[in-house]
Structures are given as C-alpha cells and as structure tokens.
Design a protein around this ligand. Structure first.
Ligand SMILES: Nc1ncnc2c1ncn2[C@@H]1O[C@H](COP(=O)(O)OP(=O)(O)OP(=O)(O)O)[C@@H](O)[C@H]1O
Ligand SMILES: [Mg+2]
Length: 317
C-alpha cells in the first residue's frame, strides 16, 4: 500500500431493516490528511466510518484503500492498515482483561508475545491506563473504556486512524491528552465528532454529511465558521470561534480566517510538490526523461511558493 488513499465512489448502504444510511457518498482522502466528519444525528457518519475498515461492505459503488478495492477477500488485509475506534467502546472490548483486549490486535498481526507486551504497555501508557491492565473491561468507567479502546487501536500502529466520537466519554484532561496524542500521529486521521472544537484542533479538512451524502467539503477553519451551513446540519459554531466572534464584536476576524486558510494552502502546496516529485521518479523509471525533468521543475517552483505562503501568514499577524 503506497499512499494509503481512502476513496469512496458513489457508495450506497442500506441496513437490513430498510434504512438507507449512505445514498451515493463520494469522498477522497489522501495520505497524511486529517479529516473531520460532521453532521446531524443519523446523517450517516458512523455508517461511513464502518466502511473504512470493511466492518460494513458497500452494496453499490466502490471503496478503495491504498491499492486495494474493498471486498470480502481484501477486508482482512485492509483491517491491518485501518484502525477503527467505534462510537461505543463496548462494541470493541470483549476480552477478559484490558491487557488481553489491547494485545488482541498485535498478536493477530503476528507480533511475538514479547513485542506484543511492549506494544500493549506503550499504548496503555500513552492513554494513561497502564494501571488498569489487569481489570476486566466491563468494570471500567465509560471514559476508561474509551481510552482503552483507543489504546487497542494504536497498539496496532495503523496507517490510517479512524475514530468515531473519540472524546464523548472523556473528562476535559483526558480529552486534551487525546488531542495532543492525535496531534503527534502523522498518518491519515479520519474523525467523526459533534465536538467541533476537537475537530478544529486536530483536522485541517472537514466534511459535512447530510442524509448519507457529502454536502460540504473544505478547510475546517472555513466550514466551521459558516453559521448558516452549521445550522442547516443541526450544528453550532465551535466554542473557540464563538469566543473569537464575541471578542471581535460579532464579526469573524477575516484576517485570522485568512491566516488559517493560508496555513491550509501551504500544507497542500507541500503535498503537491511531493506528488510531482514522485511522478518525476515514475516518469524517469519509464525512460521519459524530458517529462521527468519538467515535473521536477514544477516541483521546485511549487516548493519555492512555500516562502510566499509563510510571508503572507506573517503579514496576517
Ligand atoms: N444497525 C442499524 N439498523 C438499522 N438502521 C441503522 C442501524 N445503524 C444505524 N442505522 C440508521 O442509519 C442512519 C445513519 O446512522 P449513523 O449511525 O451512521 O448516523 P450518525 O451520523 O453516526 O449519527 P450520530 O451522530 O447519532 O452518531 C440513521 O437513520 C440510523 O437510524
Ligand atoms: Mg454515529
């Protein structure tokens, strides 16, 4: 799996009782992106996330993860790459002890018992739950269960981390620790949440789902300050932006917005430059020297733009 692209093309899914939860959903997420999925209750966020690791399979349309098209034969392979944390931790924890629950994934991946022990210890330490290792999961509080479910997924060192309402049971300190932890996870992150401040803190991009379809997709800073769009989706401005609005007399500070947008564009610029370089190598390997040279030049000029973005961001301070 080279670039761990996640691509949904016209995906439809209907539950056995006839509820149509996804109705032609299309979405493409590239390697290293952090994407927040938001929308009203019942809009289809969890159903969408459960398709990312093949827990559910599309009934129409297609899903591609990295180089693999999701189907019954590839779902096991895809699960090694995509770590999904369910909305309800009880759906994820089923072993007699916390330790065994966190060890389950690494052992399944074929890690030795010694290496597994190290991974489990590290993952439980990261979420502050090492002291709970011997407890049965059903004796934990809601927040502790969530933290252990997160540990169980990070212990598998996934390339794509998918979380459904990760902070809903966490106290403020654990929520902040989770935000810090996710900030240090540099692979692809896909997070569904009603906690728009968390989305704003972690995700550069935001996708709004309505009745099983994508209705908006763009920089989180831009979408999450659009009160009208949020209202249409039963959402409210993130608290941090409400505060900013109050302090600026009710209008969103356009320059602050622009600074965040510039940050987003700069990040994409770097990503594009990398892609041009990759394609230059491919063109080289195919003997297309002139094309490769031109792609390298495009990559260089794109990289040179970084300085302009940085300067523009400074001018926005
Ligand atoms: N197991 C199920 N059987 C039948 N219908 C279901 C099932 N799970 C979800 N649904 C329905 O599918 C639709 C999408 O549900 P989903 O759980 O994906 O929404 P969501 O956006 O995650 O909502 P929330 O914000 O409440 O978590 C809803 O209409 C829901 O009632
Ligand atoms: Mg949900």
């Amino acid at each position: 799996m080279s670039h761990h692209i996640v691509e949904f093309e016209d995906v439809h899914y209907r539950y056995p009782d006839g509820t149509a939860a996804l109705k032609g959903l299309s979405l493409r997420i590239t390697h290293g992106e952090s994407v927040g999925i938001v929308g009203a209750n019942g809009s289809g966020k969890s159903t969408l996330l459960m398709h990312t690791n093949g827990f559910l399979l599309p009934q129409k349309g297609s899903i591609t993860i990295g180089d693999l098209k999701l189907n019954n034969n590839t779902r096991q392979e895809i699960r090694k790459k995509v770590g999904l944390i369910f909305q309800n931790p009880d759906d994820q924890l089923f072993m007699p002890t916390v330790f065994e629950d966190v060890a389950f994934g690494p052992l399944n991946l074929g890690l030795s018992p010694e290496r597994t022990r190290e991974c489990v210890k590290e993952a439980l330490e990261t979420v502050g739950c090492l002291a709970l290792a011997k407890k049965p999961p059903h004796h934990l509080s809601g927040g502790q269960k969530s933290a252990v479910a997160i540990a169980a997924v990070i212990a598998m060192q996934p390339d794509i981390l998918v979380m459904d309402e990760p902070a809903s049971h966490l106290d403020p300190k654990s929520r902040r620790a989770l935000i810090n932890l996710l900030g240090h996870f540099h692979h692809t992150k896909i997070i569904a949440s009603h906690d728009l401040d968390l989305i704003l803190d972690i995700c550069k991009r935001c996708v709004i789902i309505q009745e099983g379809k994508v209705v908006a997709d763009g920089p989180a800073e831009e979408l999450l300050c659009n009160s009208r769009l949020l209202e249409e989706n039963n959402l409210e401005l993130p608290l941090s932006l409400q505060k900013r609005n109050l302090s600026s007399g009710g209008t969103m500070d356009e320059i602050t917005k622009l600074r965040h947008l510039l940050g987003h564009w700069a990040e994409h610029n770097t990503e594009h430059a990398r892609t041009y370089q990759d394609w230059a190598k491919t063109a080289d390997s195919l003997g297309r020297k002139e094309l490769a040279g031109l792609l390298r030049k495009i990559a260089e000029e794109t990289t040179a733009m970084d300085a302009h973005f940085q300067k523009a961001m400074e001018l926005c301070r």
